[in-house]
Design a protein around this ligand. Structure first.
Ligand code: SAM
Length: 306
């Protein structure tokens, strides 16, 4: 199956093989790569069958390490792709496990894509995990994992709604309580929201967070400036992989508020880690190369509301 996508617009929608949905399949393919081999870096047994079920040839080839024709970039080898994803996945896994250890029993995975944490983390009993994403994305994952015989390790509640719409109401309709602390994550999301929707997302999270709530997220500072300089290289690499999708078209233009500053002003105590620091913590070398430095330069944020 080929990937399709056009420039972003108000109310646009997608499945896991189109537009922003394809980015969820891309990162799941990398989790599958990190979960393979004699010394796997991750244990996500559902990533590979999910990517196979989506059926995009280019992602299946990448997942199976068939990327020799794109490997001129030192950051784009199976080893590097797996390590980069392991760093990111472990950050958010640990974020949830730390919150659980601190007694938080309500979790929300915003823009869940093919995230399988509700099926693979050791959640304490009585934990409710809400997953929000667009309807086609959520329904595909729920159905495919059920067909695979996977069972959630928490009380998983899927909420099919666009994050530019009234998602707090949909969350509450599914039993979410703003009177209990929540652990929220927004992984791989912010650039795909218009700048004002990013602010509204943080405003809503703050409004619906009880004291002791936590938020984990990550973002590439000045993503538009970096895309302007190096976006063509990424699109060219995707084209050589066989993907007819211009990544620069998926990320919203316009000045956006700095996530850390915005959250701090709203009472969140934030801790920021650089990708380089997390690579070092995991014992990996941060890859050389301008593209890796430009787009791998994610700031990982964990925040807590007093
Ligand atoms: N968080 C997942 C992960 O890291 O594996 C998926 C990340 S993927 C790069 C981006 C995800 O954001 C996609 O699943 C997409 O459907 C979701 N997304 C982006 N904008 C959204 C919106 N406006 N409403 C709902 N979901 C959205």
């Amino acid at each position: 199956m080929a990937v399709t996508g056009t420039k972003r617009h108000e109310g646009d929608s997608w499945d896991l093989a189109s537009s922003v949905g394809a980015t969820a399949t891309a990162v799941a393919a990398r989790r599958a790569m990190a979960s393979k081999g004699p010394n796997p870096l991750l244990d996500d047994p559902f990533a590979e069958p999910l990517v196979n079920a989506v059926g995009v040839d280019a992602f299946i080839r990448m997942m199976n390490g068939q990327i020799e024709h794109v490997e001129d970039d030192p950051a784009f080898t199976p080893k590097r792709l797996a390590e980069g994803m392991a760093v990111r996945t472990r950050f958010f896994d640990n974020f949830f496990l730390d919150a659980a250890a601190a007694g938080v029993r309500q979790a929300v995975i915003l823009a869940a894509g093919l995230d399988t944490r509700a099926y693979r983390l050791a959640w304490p009993t009585d934990t409710v995990v809400y997953e929000i994403d667009q309807p086609d994305v959520i329904e595909f994952k729920t159905r495919t994992l059920a067909d695979l015989g996977a069972t959630p390790t928490a009380d998983r509640r899927a909420v099919a709604i666009d994050l530019r719409d009234d998602w707090p109401a949909a969350l509450q309709d599914n039993g979410f309580s703003s009177q209990r602390p929540t652990a929220w994550i927004a992984e791989g999301l912010l650039g795909y929201l218009p700048p004002d929707a990013q602010d509204r997302l943080f405003d809503n999270i703050t409004t619906f967070s009880f004291s002791g709530s936590r938020l984990g997220t990550g973002y590439v500072p000045d993503i538009r400036g970096r895309i302007a300089k190096r976006g063509k290289e990424i699109s060219e690499r995707w084209r050589r992989l066989g993907l007819n999708l211009n990544w620069a078209d998926l990320v919203y233009d316009g000045e956006r508020n700095d996530a850390v500053g915005y959250l701090t002003e709203r009472g969140w105590q934030t801790t920021v880690r650089s990708t380089q620091e997390l690579y070092a913590d995991n014992g990996f070398d941060f890859p050389e190369g301008a593209t890796a430095v430009a787009f791998g330069d994610v700031r990982y944020v964990s925040a807590e509301l007093a």
